[in-house]
Write a protein that binds this ligand. Structure first.
Ligand code: NAD
Length: 490
């Protein structure tokens, strides 16, 4: 697979390639280019040339391309979902959901082509008009992770282009196939050359080259907090606008008055969906002492029938994790949990039996009696591991939820409206769910987190436009004379 630059599949120089592996089977499914700084330079030049003209295309016309992109993605939905499962591992039902998220984003952002509201406000001076408009910024760099290979890219690239920017997208090294598929979609709808550019390769090389490039004005990054810090530091040195969406350690709170059956369903879906590798995955369950034993027993019962295997098999509920390194990280956290004195109730092992032997599978795992301040309860594991933490009150539950460095998603199960409203006010996360698990964001609301999860920006929703536009305030004086604000009218 070669880079998509200026509307063409480009190979510059000899280049190096690396294998892309199916995490369910270990099979090689593609060879992808490991690009260099030179590839980034070429892509940025193309994007810069294209941006001048693209910015002059009326926004509703730019939006027409997005309507077409949404339509083509809809037509290809099943194909895209199968490619997604093959390269990333999530089960096919979730892959279809992720592609749908991209389709929804295309139509939603296309609508922004006829909105993109600014303000018109009265001027303090007579015969003067005052307004603000959203202006495009220029060439933007998008750096995305492997766990949502298409949805996250659409959260970033669609608002970027509807607002009149052009972009260079660097997908994760593990999941280039969805980017390749999206380039085909951009090509098919005739998106003008240079508006969308994709450069494959390693973060340290391609990502850094993008961040340091003087003609790239915005970096929108999603990935780990560790990498995000590096992106922010490098971007800061170059005075770039940097939007960061990073790690999470999300919790479900189960109060004594909760519908326990419903809580069990919500916990399983958000903890084991995508094998626990969603940024919003439930990793902690904070449970009131009065219902802890019941919840434990019901969770164990519900975990038993979960089928594990290749996500292309419709009957499978939990797919593989992304690679051997991820498997080792999960296993190491399970060891840490045991050493810290947490009680392992289920799972806790790498699965190697039969057809699972070639892929990267970890058994759904449940720990109980986890201390809120232990490493198991504080650090991002990114695998199918739940830690049960017992509390005695809502206030304690909220404190435990807020004790981590992250602030992405949280949830509360309770039938008491007073508790629910107190929780949604006091939970320090960018997303709060009531009587649902920690996952399930819809694209027309802002997506992102507080504290170590983000730096105040949001993906998705209208809020995404804030990342990809500058506010321009415009004053039109039609008095025919010099009028001085704050002086002539005071
Ligand atoms: P990662 O940080 O390893 O990589 C993310 C991207 O950054 C990849 O494209 C990678 O190639 C690139 N990168 C790596 N080193 C770089 C560098 N030095 N300079 C520039 N770019 C570099 O993350 P990952 O393992 O791909 O994804 C998992 C992480 O992403 C988890 O921590 C998860 O919580 C987080 N995530 C967050 C959200 C959110 O919206 N908050 C969503 C999805 C995933």
């Amino acid at each position: 697979m070669n880079n998509y630059i200026n509307g063409k599949w480009q190979e510059i120089g000899t280049g190096h390639y690396t294998a892309v592996l199916n995490p369910a089977t270990g099979e090689e499914i593609a060879q992808v280019r490991l690009s260099s700084t030179k590839d980034v330079d070429t892509a940025v030049s193309a994007a810069k040339r294209a941006q001048k003209e693209w910015a002059l295309v009326p926004a509703p016309k730019r939006a027409d391309y997005l309507y077409e992109i949404g339509r083509v993605m809809k037509e290809k939905k099943e194909h895209l979902a199968r490619v997604l499962t093959t390269e990333m591992g999530k089960v096919i039902e979730e892959a279809r959901g992720e592609v749908q998220e991209g389709i929804d984003m295309a139509f939603y952002m296309a609508g922004e082509g006829r909105r993109m509201f600014g303000e018109t406000v009265p001027s303090e001076l007579q015969d003067k008009f005052a307004m603000s408009v959203r202006a495009p910024i220029g060439v933007v760099g998008l750096i995305t992770p492997w766990n949502f290979p298409v949805a996250i890219a659409t959260w970033k690239s669609f608002p970027a282009i509807v607002a009149g920017n052009t972009f260079i997208w660097k997908p994760a090294t593990e999941t280039p196939l969805m980017a390749f598929e999206m380039a085909k979609v951009f090509d098919e709808v005739g998106l003008p050359k240079g508006v969308a550019n994709i450069v494959f390769g390693a973060g340290a090389e391609v990502g850094t080259a993008l961040i340091e490039h003087p003609d790239v004005r915005v970096i929108s990054f999603t990935g780990s907090t560790e990498t995000g810090r590096h992106v922010a530091e490098t971007g800061g040195r170059h005075l770039k606008k940097v939007s960061l969406e990073m790690g999470g350690k999300n919790a479900v709170i189960v109060m004594e008055d909760a519908d326990i059956e419903l809580a069990v369903e919500g916990i399983l879906w958000s903890a084991f969906g995508t094998a626990g590798q969603r940024c919003t995955a439930c990793s902690r369950v904070i449970v009131h002492k009065d219902v802890k034993a019941e919840l434990e027993q019901k969770l164990l019962k519900a975990m038993k029938p979960l089928t594990i295997g290749n996500g292309l098999d419709e009957s499978v509920k939990i797919g593989p994790v992304i690679n051997q390194k991820a498997l080792e990280k999960i296993a190491s956290y399970v060891e840490i949990g045991k050493q810290e004195g947490a009680k392992l109730l289920a799972g806790g092992e790498i699965l190697k039996e039969g057809v699972l032997s070639k892929g990267h599978y970890y058994a759904p795992t449940l720990f109980s009696d986890v201390r809120w301040d232990s490493r198991l309860a504080q650090e991002e594991i990114f695998g199918p591991v739940i830690s049960l933490i017992e509390v005695e009150s809502l206030e304690e539950a909220i404190d435990v939820n807020n004790s981590v460095v992250y602030g992405l998603s949280s949830s509360i199960f309770s039938k008491d409206i007073n508790k629910v409203f107190q929780a949604q006010r006091d939970l320090d996360t960018g997303i709060v769910y009531v009587n649902a698990g920690t996952t399930g964001a819809e694209i027309h609301l802002p997506f992102g987190g507080t504290k170590g999860t983000g730096n105040g920006h949001r993906d998705s929703g209208v809020a995404a436009l804030d990342v990809f536009t500058e506010w321009k305030s415009i004053y039109v004086d039609f008095s025919g004379k010099l009028q001085r604000a704050q002086i002539d009218n005071s």
